[in-house]
Ligand binder design. Structure first.
Ligand code: IPE
Ligand code: IPE
Ligand code: MG
Length: 240
């Protein structure tokens, strides 16, 4: 049998979109869509593991999402620690380190508590990583990086001429993470919505029609089939 990990993307990033529409279609409150979406997170974590994906980055809450009604924001902020408490055993069972990228200080203390606890409890795992983008924005991340660089220049520690793309990468929220190989967005929308603007430079993009709560093992497997058929060139030429 062929090794499923042989052609698998090392790092998959997902814009989990369509929870609200899923709920709306059923006459349910939007929060029910988010709860159903959390089940897809569990399913996709397992599917990604089975397909040999090592790093899974999930866009869970954007800086722009703070503008949503307070009830929805609060619902999402309590859903996250509930999800972590319920499923943290999966991280331990699969040697998965939990990480978070974004303006984490903006999260309510109660949300941060379980997040930081589980991140710390799984810190030593090296097999897989689950990265949650929370209060995340690509422009916010680049702005934070530029501010940090400006401070280093002002203090005389860094010469402006020394700034290279790698210097910028080194000031991102998770500088050691390799760029995503594959970016999936669900719900049929075909936009980036301020996700990983720097890191997606050469990612393969895939837009799935399914709403996030309907995106499970089968839809993930289909995405992996699509990825396997892609030819990446990174600006060069292929010899075949
Ligand atoms: C994605 O689903 C989840 C978050 C942004 C938190 P949405 O809530 O954006 O669902 P739609 O796009 O309104 O259907
Ligand atoms: C992107 O979805 C953010 C997350 C999935 C967390 P949005 O629903 O917020 O994006 P837009 O508004 O459709 O661009
Ligand atoms: Mg949306």
């Amino acid at each position: 049998m062929s090794d499923p990990a042989a052609n698998a993307p090392h790092h998959v990033a997902i814009i989990m979109d369509g929870n609200g529409r899923w709920a709306q279609q059923r006459g349910l409150p939007r929060l029910k869509g988010h709860e159903q979406g959390a089940e897809s997170v569990r399913a996709v974590m397992k599917a990604a593991r089975d397909h040999g994906v090592r790093i899974l980055t999930l866009y869970a809450f954007s800086v722009e999402n703070w503008s949503r009604p307070a009830a929805e924001v609060n619902g999402l902020m309590t859903l996250l620690p509930r999800f972590l408490r319920k499923h943290e055993h999966l991280l331990h069972e699969n040697g998965t380190r939990l990480r978070a990228i974004g303006r984490l200080n903006d999260l309510p203390a109660a949300t941060r508590k379980d997040l930081f606890r589980v991140m710390s409890d799984t810190e030593s795992y090296t097999e897989r990583q689950l990265v949650l983008a929370l209060s995340y924005g690509g422009r916010a991340e680049l702005t934070d990086a530029v501010q940090a660089l400006a401070h280093r220049v002002r203090s005389g520690e860094l010469d402006p001429e020394e700034i290279q793309p790698e210097t910028i990468t080194a000031h991102l929220y998770a500088p050691d993470l390799p760029d995503p190989d594959f970016m999936i967005r669900t719900s049929g929308e075909q936009r980036i919505s301020n996700f990983l603007l720097w890191q997606l430079s050469y990612a393969e993009l895939y837009f799935a029609p399914a709403l996030w709560p309907e995106f499970r093992e089968e839809q993930f497997a289909e995405a992996m089939r699509v990825y396997a058929g892609r030819q990446r060139r990174f600006g060069g030429v292929t010899s075949c």
